[in-house]
Ligand binder design. Structure first.
Ligand code: GRF
Length: 186
């Protein structure tokens, strides 16, 4: 049985989609959820599903203890699902090629520091793009620059707002992220 670690900071809808997917097909278990946000929606999910979780701060995320706790889970993959902080280089090095992220745009466009959530959709609308999408990519030491694994596209409609675009992007994310994780763990 594969083991996954999920990092999330916000609503946690991608984390929920991944948890549901693997609960149904039994191909992986979520060994640990890591968040920086004590109010993250993902913690309610963790409690409800009896998944162990850790709340990290700017110090503990850099400590060897966290790497040891993660290694104890023997993760096939570490899945970033809306995690707001940069992953420390020590974690990237300890789990090289085993960390993936999802970004709500077609990287390399609309990526980098400060490009998250509705900032991304705002920039896409401002630029008058006719299409946008999602990118699932490996994580390296630089924001949004790891190798791209999967991209999926959707249209930008003339009357779209940041929120309607975010909703359309979430539909894509919830479909592709669990399936891409499954493909990667094999
Ligand atoms: C997603 O849109 C994802 O692309 C980005 O953060 C958002 C997280 O949403 N990295 P949720 O917390 O999974 O609902």
């Amino acid at each position: 049985m594969h083991s996954l670690i999920i990092f999330a900071s916000g609503r946690g809808s991608n984390a929920a989609a991944i948890i549901d997917h693997f609960k149904q097909n039994g191909k992986a278990a979520i060994a640990l959820i890591v968040t920086n946000n004590p109010n993250a929606g993902v913690l309610a999910i963790a409690e409800q599903q009896h998944i162990p979780f850790l709340i990290v701060d700017k110090t503990s995320i850099k400590e060897t203890l966290l790497i040891e706790q993660m290694a104890d889970c023997k993760p096939s993959l570490i899945v970033l699902a809306g995690f707001m902080w940069k992953i420390p280089g020590t974690i990237v090095a300890a789990f090289r090629n085993k960390i993936v992220n999802i970004h709500p745009a077609l990287l390399p466009a609309y990526g980098g520091k400060g490009m998250y959530g509705n900032h991304v959709h705002h920039a896409v609308l401002e630029a008058g793009e006719k299409e946008t999408g999602i990118t699932i990519h490996h994580v390296n030491e630089h924001y949004d620059e790891g190798d791209i694994i999967v991209q999926a596209r959707c249209k930008v409609q003339a009357n779209d707002t940041e929120d309607t675009l975010a909703d359309r992007i979430h539909v894509l994310e919830h479909f592709y992220y669990p399936r891409t994780v499954e493909y990667l763990i094999g």
